[in-house]
Design a protein around this ligand. Sequence first.
Ligand code: GDP
Ligand code: MG
Length: 177
Amino acid sequence: GGDFNQKIDYVFKVVLIGDSAVGKSQLLARFSRNQFSLDSKATIGVEFQTKTLVIDNKTVKAQIWDTAGQERYRAVTSAYYRGAVGAMLVYNMTKRQSFDNMARWLEELRGHADKNIVVMLIGNKCDLGNLRAVPTEDAQEFAQRESLFFMETSALESTNVETSFLTILTEIYRIMC
Ligand code: GDP
Ligand code: MG
């Protein structure tokens, strides 16, 4: 799209991780193309999407990687993490297990990624508030303990999707540039 003839100052690789069906692919579809699908199969096979944005008068190309169905523990290969400067750890706030697994994903991430990687915890599907299984305070506490940024999002309703990506990308910029 708008990348043509544009001078890119920085490329930031950000990886999405978390259990299957938490909404990683739809968060990416919403951020990169402003699209959403209730059919999760719609995005299978997608490796990464890019979006170019301006931070502090610099043109930053965000290259966001999606696991495309490798969510089983230890199935995500080290190639996926290689070169990543940011990671979004996504759980489904209506599924407690997907939040409890965040510690595992974080351990996996820290075993593979650069130690300066910026990590953000994302509680997705906040449009389903009446089905909430993870109190905001539990996630805040975990994020604080592990020094993660934290935000609750809805890919369906677009809530905080742009904001969360902008937050992590701006923090990466602040650290790296
Ligand atoms: P992934 O396996 O983590 O990539 O999950 P998907 O992005 O494929 O989403 C799994 C399912 O949850 C799909 O049916 C999506 O439409 C749905 N979904 C994703 N994000 C949201 C959200 O914010 N709210 C609701 N209600 N459903 C969502
Ligand atoms: Mg997916």
